[in-house]
Design a protein around this ligand. Structure first.
Ligand SMILES: Cc1cc2nc3c(=O)[nH]c(=O)nc-3n(C[C@H](O)[C@H](O)[C@H](O)COP(=O)(O)OP(=O)(O)OC[C@H]3O[C@@H](n4cnc5c(N)ncnc54)[C@H](O)[C@@H]3O)c2cc1C
Length: 409
C-alpha cells in the first residue's frame, strides 16, 4: 500500500523524532503529530538537571521553534488521542476531531508510578515527569529547607543532587541496598554513594515510608518504615514509571509490559508501530523482549520506523546507551549489564574518574564511565561490533580501552 499519511500519537522524544526523520528521509505526504501536553514538543532530561537549577529556560528545552512545524508541513496538534478505529484507520481525538492514517505510530511514553501511601495527595508532594511538574516544583524547591526524596534511581538522585546544590537538607529513602541498583554495577553505585555523602545528601537504604503528614494541607513530615519522623517541606518521588498502553490495549493490540512489537517495531497490527518508553521490543542483546526508558532508545527507534516507512526496513538492533548528570558527575552507560558476572575497573575512584567494564561469561556486555567520555565513545564502538573484548584482556596490567580498539580494527 502506498503511504500518503502518517499519524503519530505522542509528541515527546520519540514522536517528534519520527516526524523530523520522515521529512529528513524525503517523505512528502501528510504528517500529523498529536501531543496531549501544552506547548511545543520538548526534551525531558534537563527537567531534573539544568532546567531545575535555572541554568536553561523553556526555549532551550524545545526541540524546534514553532515555525519549524509549519515549514516542514508537520501538522502538530495539542490534543489527546482517545480511540483508534483500526478497521477504518482513524484516530479519534478528545477535541472531537478525527484523523485518518495509512500508518500510525504510537509514541505514548510512560507515566509515573504513584506513591502508595496516605498523604501523597498533600501540597508539596511531587513527581517529576513533565515540564508542568518541573514548573510547579521549581519555586517550591527554592523555598524548601528539608527535602525528602523517595527512590534512589536516576530521577531521585538527579533531583537530590540539584536540591543539595541549592542548599536544602536532603534525605533519600531507598528500599534497595545501593543507589541506581537496577541499572549500574556495585562499583558505580559506590562511587555515587560516596559523592552524595560528600554533598551532604543522607542516603537511607532498606527504607521506605509509611505515611506523609501535613499541616493545613501542606506536607510537614514523612514517617519512615522503621517509624522515624523526618521533617519535610518538600517530598519528591521517583519510584519508576508505567508504560502508557491504554489506547493500544483498547484497540486490541498485544500488550506485555508495554505495547508489544516485533524486531521491526511493528505492533500486532502491521499498520501500527510503537516506539520509545511505551514499546516492549525484542532485544538484540538480551534475546528477550525489553522496554527501555532512554533518549537513545526513543530516537533510534523513531529513526528505524521512519526508514522502514521510506522503504528501508532494518531489524532494530541499536546499541543502548544512557547518561545521568549529578552535580560534577557524568555517568554514561553503553550496553546492558543485566546478568553480568564480573567487572574490571579502570581509572582512579578518588579522582571521580572510573570506567567499569561489565562482563558476562567473560565477554564485555556493558561499560559504565564516570567522567570519562572518551572511554564511553570507545566502548560504544567496541560493543556495537562482533569482535568482543574479554575479561582476561581488560584485566591485564596497563590495559587501555582506546589502544585495544586501535589494535582490533
Ligand atoms: C525528568 C527526566 C529526566 C530524564 N533524564 C534522562 C537522561 O538523562 N538520559 C536519558 O537517556 N533519558 C532520560 N529520561 C528519559 C527520557 O526522557 C525518555 O526515555 C524519553 O522521553 C522517552 O521518549 P518517548 O517519546 O517514548 O516518551 P515521552 O517523551 O514521555 O513522550 C510521550 C508523550 O506522549 C504523550 N501522550 C501519551 N498518551 C497520549 C495520547 N493518548 N494522546 C496524545 N499524547 C499522548 C505524553 O503526554 C508525552 O508527552 C528522563 C526522563 C525524565 C522524566
Amino acid at each position: 500500500m502506498s503511504l500518503h499519511s502518517v499519524v503519530i500519537v505522542g509528541a515527546g522524544q520519540a514522536g517528534y523524532q519520527v516526524a523530523a526523520s520522515l521529512r529528513q528521509e524525503g517523505f512528502s505526504g501528510d504528517i500529523c503529530l498529536i501531543g496531549n501536553e501544552t506547548g511545543l514538543p520538548y526534551q525531558r532530561p534537563p527537567l531534573s538537571k539544568a532546567y531545575l537549577l535555572g541554568k536553561i529556560g523553556v526555549t532551550n528545552l524545545c526541540f524546534r521553534p514553532e515555525a519549524y512545524y509549519a515549514e516542514q508541513r508537520i501538522d502538530y496538534r495539542n490534543d489527546a488521542a482517545c480511540a483508534i478505529d483500526r478497521g477504518n484507520r482513524r484516530v479519534t481525538l478528545a477535541s472531537g476531531a478525527a484523523v485518518s492514517y495509512d500508518h500510525l505510530v504510537l509514541a505514548l511514553g510512560a507515566h509515573n508510578r504513584m506513591l502508595p501511601v496516605q498523604g501523597s495527595e498533600l501540597d508539596g508532594v511531587f513527581g517529576l515527569k513533565t515540564l508542568a511538574d518541573a514548573d510547579a516544583l521549581k519555586p517550591r524547591l527554592a523555598q524548601s529547607r528539608h527535602v525528602v526524596v523517595v527512590g534512589a534511581g536516576f530521577i531521585g538522585l538527579e533531583f537530590a543532587a540539584v536540591a543539595s546544590a541549592l542548599g536544602a537538607a536532603v534525605h533519600v529513602l531507598e528500599l534497595g541496598d545501593r543507589p541506581m541498583a537496577r541499572a549500574v554495577s556495585c562499583e558505580m553505585s559506590e562511587a555515587f554513594r560516596l559523592a552524595h555523602d560528600g554533598w551532604g545528601v543522607h542516603l537511607d537504604f532498606h527504607q521506605g515510608l509509611t505515611r506523609i503528614d501535613g499541616v493545613d494541607g501542606k506536607v510537614s513530615s514523612v514517617v519512615t518504615s522503621d517509624g522515624r519522623i523526618l521533617p519535610a517541606d518538600l517530598v519528591v518521588f521517583g519510584i519508576g514509571v508505567i508504560p502508557n498502553v491504554t489506547l493500544a490495549a483498547e484497540a486490541g493490540l498485544a500488550i506485555d509490559n508495554g505495547i508489544k512489537v516485533d524486531a521491526h517495531l511493528l505492533t500486532s497490527d502491521p499498520a501500527i508501530s510503537a516506539i520509545g518508553d511505551a514499546a516492549c521490543f525484542p532485544s538484540h542483546f538480551l534475546e528477550r523482549h525489553i522496554r527501555l526508558e532512554s533518549v537513545q532508545n526513543a530516537v533510534d527507534q523513531a529513526r528505524n520506523v521512519a526508514a522502514r516507512l521510506m522503504g528501508k526496513p532494518l531489524v532494530y538492533a541499536a546499541l543502548p546507551w544512557f547518561w545521568t548528570d549529578q552535580r560534577d558527575l557524568k555517568l554514561q552507560i553503553a550496553g546492558l549489564s543485566e546478568g553480568y558476572d564480573s567487572t574490571v575497573v579502570l581509572g582512579v575512584a578518588q579522582e571521580r574518574q572510573i570506567t567499569v567494564l561489565c562482563f558476562r561469561r567473560g565477554q564485555l556486555v556493558a561499560a559504565e564511565t564516570l567522567n570519562r567520555p572518551a572511554d564511553h565513545m570507545v566502548a560504544r564502538r567496541i560493543l556495537a561490533r562482533p569482535a568482543m573484548l574479554t575479561e582476561q584482556e581488560a584485566a591485564a596490567p596497563g590495559f587501555d580501552l582506546k589502544a585495544w580498539e586501535l589494535a582490533h580494527r
